[in-house]
Design a protein around this ligand. Structure first.
Ligand SMILES: Cc1cc2nc3c(=O)[nH]c(=O)nc-3n(C[C@H](O)[C@H](O)[C@H](O)COP(=O)(O)OP(=O)(O)OC[C@H]3O[C@@H](n4cnc5c(N)ncnc54)[C@H](O)[C@@H]3O)c2cc1C
Length: 257
């Protein structure tokens, strides 16, 4: 059994959180009452998080097997893109602008516009079971997966498209560079969380060193040594004011631990 000390104010993309011992998962025998961490690009970690675990580096791999693409869940998105470029494989270009590990990306059904990780998925290894795509309930930024994803298998199609790398980079042009966890709230059906936050006057709203970005209101950004409490205060403020003024219940995309 091994643990690793992780400082979430360094590891997480929003640069907030405690330093804690995280259980390292080597196989399907792991404590099921712990929260699974990928690379913490979508997490807001407090000073008192629940017990945490993450996959060992041995699940960081990518290979072609029987005309499919097999990817370990600890593999970072950038590595997937490099492999696809080298091997002329298409459909994964969007991962060039999407930070995370494959496990976190699958669990969140992460994506950019119409490009989502489930589009070309065939099956997953979840704990000791092979789960087919059709057996998973998935939607925009949602899956019902409750256990550890160890591996994912995708359709293999040739034709890496370099122009898409540029396209995705341009989509990011209107987003802030400050530390964040990406979108703070999910977009409500036929609307955008950024538009709603802006409409109620909270674009640029700052508490301490956290703020809803001036550049894109749905990005909760850390302006330097921002704290968990400041972040939560802003999240709760947006939820309250958007509900009061717009009658819309914002749903959090960021996961608070
Ligand atoms: C600058 C920036 C831009 C972003 N833009 C986008 C975007 O355009 N679209 C988008 O969808 N997201 C975006 N995100 C959010 C983030 O990239 C995704 O949510 C990504 O899926 C997080 O992956 P992770 O490995 O960091 O997971 P974490 O943040 O560590 O965890 C996220 C969730 O996945 C679960 N999880 C992690 N690994 C596993 C596993 N092996 N098995 C089961 N569950 C697991 C966790 O329990 C948690 O529920 C952005 C983030 C940042 C910082």
């Amino acid at each position: 059994m091994s643990y690793k000390e992780v400082n979430f104010s360094k590891k997480s993309s929003i640069k907030i959180g405690a330093t804690v011992n995280v259980f390292i998962v080597e196989n399907s025998q792991y404590p099921h009452n712990h929260f699974i961490v990928g690379s913490a690009n979508n997490l807001l970690v407090s000073q008192t998080p629940p017990p945490l675990l993450m996959l060992s580096k041995k699940f960081d791999y990518i290979k072609i097997v029987d005309k499919t693409l097999v990817i370990g869940a600890a593999t970072p998105s950038g590595k997937v893109v490099s492999f696809c470029k080298k091997n002329n494989i298409k459909n994964f270009e969007f991962l060039s602008s999407l930070p995370g590990t494959l496990g976190g990306i699958v669990k969140m059904n992460a994506g950019l516009k119409e490009y989502e990780i489930f589009n070309n998925l065939i099956s997953l290894k979840v704990d000791d079971r092979v789960v087919l795509k059709d057996e998973v309930d998935f939607a925009y930024r949602y899956t019902d997966i409750k256990a550890m994803i160890f591996e994912a298998t995708f359709e293999l199609q040739s034709g890496f498209d370099e122009s898409k790398i540029e396209l995705f980079k341009n989509m990011r042009a209107n987003q802030p560079k400050d530390p964040s966890a990406g979108s703070c709230f999910k977009n409500p059906p036929n609307d955008s969380a950024g538009r709603l936050i802006e409409a109620v006057g909270l674009k640029g709203k700052r508490i301490g060193n956290m703020a809803f970005s001036e550049i894109h209101a749905n990005f909760l950004v850390n302006l330097g040594n921002g704290t968990f409490n400041e972040a939560i205060e802003l999240i709760e403020l947006a939820e309250k004011v958007v509900f009061e003024k717009m009658n819309v219940k914002l749903e959090r995309e960021i996961i608070v631990l």
